[in-house]
Design a protein around this ligand. Structure first.
Ligand code: DX5
Ligand code: ZN
Length: 219
């Protein structure tokens, strides 16, 4: 049994054919990653609640929502109601991450805490045994198709150590620049839930791309 999962990021899909692209990976993965961007916390604007709510009607995949927005607490309930299974917010955007984790749990969702590459990794370690997912950004949040930041490897290893020391079974997720060149090294550093956008949806056959990425680890 593999001890890792892929979470294809729809940011790299064709927004005119979202269900076609989701169907292309549906038999290869368990998670779908939704990048919600507000134009404030990050430069870019992507999509939001109505898109998630609509897609929820057509697939049972686990929805891993990544809120790149200021004031995530204001919208946590709405993203839960829209059908998110995991709601991940940035530690930089919350004054009280523990309270927000508790609130997300109260909606029946799993909670994730994400960290920007510029933020000291110590900021996320206190949540190792408080939530279901820690997301170490491996590019600057805001855009797909960027190169993996190699300095992330030490940060991933530090989070892995904190999770193991606390006995936490939370996912150690990574996001940005994950492809066939980087995924094995990142796995070896301790990551287990791999968000991957362009390495899946920019390919001719997204389902096959998922199998090939997995094979980079298991081969
Ligand atoms: C970037 C997003 C990522 C993005 C990853 O801010 O959080 O999820 O879609 O894209 P790739 O895999 O192309 O780097
Ligand atoms: Zn993301």
């Amino acid at each position: 049994m593999a001890d890792f999962e892929l979470a294809p990021s729809l940011l790299a899909a064709d927004f005119g054919y979202l269900m076609r692209d989701i169907d292309a990976v549906a038999n290869s993965v368990k998670y779908l990653h939704f990048d919600v961007m507000d134009g404030h916390y990050v430069e870019n604007i992507s999509f939001g609640l109505p898109v998630i709510k609509s897609i929820r009607k057509y697939t049972d995949l686990k929805f891993y929502t990544h809120l790149m927005i200021t004031n995530p607490g204001k919208y946590a309930k709405a993203f839960a109601d829209a059908g998110s299974d995991i709601i991940t917010f940035h530690v930089e955007c919350s004054d009280d991450p523990i309270a927000l984790i508790d609130e997300i749990h109260s909606y029946g969702c799993e909670a994730g805490v994400a960290i920007h590459p510029d933020t000291p990794i110590e900021k996320i370690l206190p949540f190792a045994d408080k939530c279901e997912l820690l997301l170490v950004m491996t590019v600057r949040p805001g855009f797909g198709g960027q190169d993996f930041m190699p300095e992330s490897l030490d940060r991933i290893a530090a989070v892995r150590k904190a999770l193991d020391e606390t006995g936490s079974t939370a996912w150690l997720s990574v996001d940005g620049g994950i492809n066939s060149d980087t995924i094995k090294t990142v796995y070896d550093a301790g990551a287990r839930l791999f968000v991957t956008g362009s390495a899946v949806f920019a390919k001719e056959e997204p389902g096959k791309a998922c199998s090939e990425l997995s094979a980079c680890i298991t081969a």
